[in-house]
Ligand binder design. Sequence first.
Ligand SMILES: [Zn+2]
Length: 228
Amino acid sequence: MPTFDLGNNRIVYSVIKGTSRSYTYFRFRPDLTLEVVVPRGRRVDVEWAISQKVGEIRKEYQRAVKTRLILGPGTVMYDGRILKVVYSEATNGLVPLLDSGELLVNTTDPRRLKELVRRWFLKESSTYVVKKVRELAPKVGARPRTVDVREIGKWGYCTQSGRLSFSWQLIALPEKLREYVVFHELTHLVEFNHSPAFRRRLAAVCSDFRERERELDLVRPYDRLSLD
Ligand SMILES: [Zn+2]
C-alpha cells in the first residue's frame, strides 16, 4: 500500500471511491491507516490531494491516536483501563486480573469473547448504575422510577415517565465519564431537552461536563453509541 510522511510518522493509506461527486475526504481506521475517499466518477491526483490537506489530516491523526476502543484487537477497556486479552485453557469463562492488567479467557473465538465480555459488562454496569443513580439523583433533584442496563445504541436514555436506561458498555468507561453519563440522564428528568436551562443545571452538579463530553467522544464503543 502507498505511504506518505506526516511529521515523524509514516502513514499507510488506501484509496476508496466514495458516494460524493465532488469531495475528497480522509479518515483513519483504528489501526491508524488512512482511507482517502475520492469522489465517484472523477479522477483525483491523490498525492496532490494529500499535500493540500496536511493540516486536516494531522488533526484527524491526532484524534485517531487518542481514540480508545472498548473492544480492540486483543484488548478490552474496563474501568477506563485497557486490559490485554490472554488465552488460558484452564480459565472458566472470563477472569479479569486487574492488578496485572490482563483478562483471561478460555476462547480464541472473537464472537464468544464478545459474548463473555457482554455478560460481564451487563452485570457490572447494572450494579454500577443502581448504586450511582441512588447517589446522584438527590443532587440533581431528579426522581427516576426505574433504572436498567440494556443493549441500546446510546450511552444513556430516558423517558419522560422517569425510566432510565444505560448501555451495557458503561462499565468500560473511566469513573469520571460514566458518572457524567449518569448526571446527563438524571438532568433530563428535570429538563427534557438540551436547552441552556439543561446545561446550566448539568453544570451546577458537574462543572467540567464539557471536558468530560469531549473525552467521551474519543471512546469508540463496540457498537456505535451516542448520548441522546
Ligand atoms: Zn441528552
